[in-house]
Design a protein. Structure first.
Length: 168
């Protein structure tokens, strides 16, 4: 894995000194349609990230038979999470662990978790090795690895479902 690349992620650069970036103003956030949210979940992203996401999904559905056949593939499991939502998640415990950061890239409104399928019996964002292995071998993930950069997205390699909009 390219550790240098990981350190250059915009979110990592913004948090290098231990702080957490401020959330974007509400005016910069846009709500995805109900069809774009996994199982109809409401999801918000920054306007340019949502626009790029829509272009990415259109291209994936045109190029990948699996994506055209399964409307859940590439839907948004998660997007923007503000400070209050992050604090509520941390209050339940586990923050500061690899599975739950105290300050997440989702706070920027530029990070999204996509439904890429999951191993049987696992949630789409389960960090269990079985689930991550299944996702990293899926046609949807392999398509993203080959194509997401064209739309401005970069992966977070430890979580196949997590992608960040890095052009903006």
């Amino acid at each position: 894995m390219d550790v240098i690349w990981l350190r250059r992620r915009p979110f990592v650069l913004a948090t290098r000194r231990g702080g957490c970036p401020p959330p974007p103003p509400d005016a910069l956030l846009s709500v995805a349609s109900q069809e774009e949210g996994y199982l109809g979940k409401p999801v918000r992203l920054q306007v340019q990230a949502l626009s790029a996401y829509r272009r990415l999904v259109a291209a994936a559905r045109a190029a990948l038979p699996e994506a055209a056949a399964d409307p859940r593939l590439f839907t948004l499991v998660s997007g923007y999470r503000g400070p209050e939502e992050e604090a509520a998640r941390c209050a339940k415990g586990g923050c500061g662990s690899p599975g739950m950061a105290r300050c997440s890239a989702h706070r920027t409104g530029m990070a999204m978790d996509l439904f890429l399928g999951s191993a049987p019996g696992y949630a789409p964002t389960s960090s269990d090795d079985v689930n991550r292995a299944a996702q990293s071998q899926s046609p949807a993930y392999l398509w993203l690895v080959a194509n997401a950069d064209r739309f401005g997205f970069a992966p977070y390699p430890f979580e196949p479902w997590h992608w960040e909009y890095v052009r903006g």
